[in-house]
Design a protein around this ligand. Structure first.
Ligand code: FES
Length: 118
């Protein structure tokens, strides 16, 4: 069962924007899309730049500032073909106006910790 970590107040968001924070030692991004909140480990699967962006491109894409990959905010799938894997989804829930994210598991924490060793 997920361990839930308080992330932000729902009121802190405008639609089509995101917030990035360190949760459990890894960067986590939560975006408000037109169909609800979506969470991801905020690490690009191309060359591991942190996905630290506020605005979604066209309201639908997360832009990596590394080399310009865009990820579909609803699926995490890469669009441009630079990254060959989707970004990793994080469970999100909203209760009483507060957004919570599932604490990243050991496998994710280890993946991020070992990025510069690959
Ligand atoms: S690191 Fe994200 S596009 Fe290269």
């Amino acid at each position: 069962m997920a361990e839930w970590i308080r992330f932000a107040k729902e009121a802190a968001y405008k639609t089509r924007t995101g917030i990035v924070k360190i949760i459990g030692g890894v960067p986590v991004a939560v975006f408000k899309t037109i169909s609800g909140f979506k969470g991801y480990i905020a690490v690009c699967t191309h060359k591991y730049h942190v996905l630290c962006v506020r605005e979604l491109i066209n309201g639908r894409y997360i832009l990596c500032q590394g080399h310009g990959e865009r990820f579909n905010v609803n699926t995490g799938e890469p669009i441009e073909g630079l990254a060959n894997e989707p970004i990793k989804e994080v469970e999100v829930k909203v209760e009483d106006g507060v957004i919570y994210v599932a604490k990243p598991g050991e496998a994710i924490v280890n993946w991020v910790a070992n990025i510069n060793k690959e």
